[in-house]
Design a protein around this ligand. Structure first.
Ligand code: SF4
Ligand code: SF4
Length: 417
């Protein structure tokens, strides 16, 4: 699909993603996208799983300094290359990307770990600028972002690839594919914001795959969106480096960060990644004043150790704040972890109990439609102040940022505050 993506085309195509599947937030398992909830967990249909054999095959192409962007014979457009930000030029025409903790050193003609950036003649280019592979309108609760404009609709953008390799990834059709392996549309930052406004959205969001790997596009869309008076948020795995993150936060209202586990071993073995950069990112966002929420996907047998969950809760309380919302979300078998069962309700409830005991004030259970802990309770008087049924907001008793029953201040961004 090439050319300007208009409202009409968006509606006609129902453009979602490469495989046409409903998408979930970066690591969130909330594939149950329908607003209508189902209470008993036994009646929830687990998301479908796919094998690599089911992937569509696409012609591939090679980018070289001698091969400027031109359409291939197969009709797959080569993107208009856009120079990457935050990289160093090294000797021998090598470059070193400074965008995320991996700091890839890339020889001429090579790509970084995320496969979205290419070194051509000693300069580094992003291939996905203005070329998203996923555009979708979601409720903000799906981000999840529970303390930001409850009930808002967000216009979400995602692209190919990721800088992690999570074995449980629910959006692996996007995140574990290269740009040329999946479909995309061509849409500029200005057109994205225009379309989001035409579709009646309140904010733009960057999610599904890791937005760090399409930073340049995200940054420009967010900047235009803020100028247009829209809200901005993104969902990240927390691996972005300090300098690009600081610049990005200038244009963001809220961030949801995955804290996938509290052990370096889990990060290494399950996500091929690292814990330490995520903890640094969490502190930077918290100190910036941009609204922060944390997601912990509880994967059966892999990170459901209550000792580590307690240590994680203590770290959030002592290093960040007891007011940072924490979402324990339910894992469903997916990608390379199809042999593991969904997270039992009891495990999620045990995690919530620990977080409550450690003094965290806003603790949620996600991806479990109808669970009571999907709602927000005032930590002062105990009243339910935001009633939710999965992604739907049923009632809102927060007025000007305060509990309507006792006047306690509730952290977040509220429409009337
Ligand atoms: S692989 Fe990337 S997109 Fe998928 S869960 Fe991990 S960080 Fe998120
Ligand atoms: S953004 Fe991509 S190329 Fe840059 S350091 Fe991270 S993985 Fe490497």
């Amino acid at each position: 699909m090439k050319g300007k993506l208009t409202r009409r085309k968006f509606l006609q195509k129902g453009f979602l993603a490469a495989l046409g599947a409903g998408l979930v937030s970066c690591a969130g398992p909330q594939r149950l996208a329908e607003i209508t909830p189902v209470k008993p967990m036994d009646t929830v249909t687990p998301p479908p799983t796919f094998t690599p054999d089911e992937l569509p095959t696409r012609p591939t192409f090679t980018l070289t300094a001698e091969a400027p962007p031109t359409p291939t014979a197969e009709g797959i457009p080569i993107p208009e290359l856009h120079e990457a930000r935050y990289y160093l030029q090294l000797d021998g025409n090598r470059v070193q990307c400074q965008m995320c903790f991996r700091r890839c050193t890339v020889p001429e003609g090579g790509r970084g770990f995320c496969r979205n950036k290419v070194n051509i003649g000693g300069r580094y280019y992003t291939m996905v600028y203005a070329h998203p592979s996923a555009l979708q309108i979601d409720p903000i609760e799906k981000e999840p972002s529970y303390h930001v404009w409850p009930g808002a609709t967000i216009f979400c953008t995602g692209t190919a690839s990721c800088n992690n390799r999570c074995k449980f990834c629910q959006n692996w059709h996007l995140s574990q594919r290269s740009f040329e392996e999946i479909e995309h549309v061509v849409i500029s930052p200005e057109q994205t914001v225009e379309l989001a406004q035409e579709m009646g959205c309140d904010a733009v969001s960057f999610t599904y795959n890791e937005p760090t790997v399409f930073y340049e596009h995200m940054f420009d869309v967010a900047k235009v969106a803020k100028q247009a008076g829209m809200g901005t948020l993104f969902h990240t795995n927390g691996g972005m480096n300090e300098e690009p993150l600081a610049a990005l936060l200038e244009h963001m209202d809220a961030v949801t960060v995955d804290l996938k586990a509290f052990t370096p071993e889990f990060y290494q073995e399950v996500s091929s990644s690292k814990l330490e950069p995520v903890l640094r990112t969490l502190q930077q966002i918290h100190q910036s004043g941009v609204h922060l929420e944390i997601v912990n996907l509880v994967v059966t047998t892999l990170n459901d150790n209550m000792y580590d969950i307690r240590r994680m809760c203590q770290w959030i309380r002592d290093t960040l704040s007891d007011e940072v919302p924490l979402h324990f979300t339910r894992f469903f078998p997916a990608y390379r972890l199809t042999s593991l069962p969904p997270t039992p309700a009891e495990t999620l409830e045990s995690a919530v109990q620990i977080a409550d005991d450690e003094g965290l004030q806003y603790v949620y259970i996600g991806n479990y439609p109808g669970h009571e802990r999907n709602s927000t309770f005032c930590p002062e008087c105990g009243e339910k102040i935001i009633a939710r049924l999965h992604f739907a907001v049923l009632s809102l008793d927060v007025e000007k940022g305060k509990c309507r029953f006792c006047g306690h201040s509730i952290p977040g961004i509220w429409r009337d505050a």
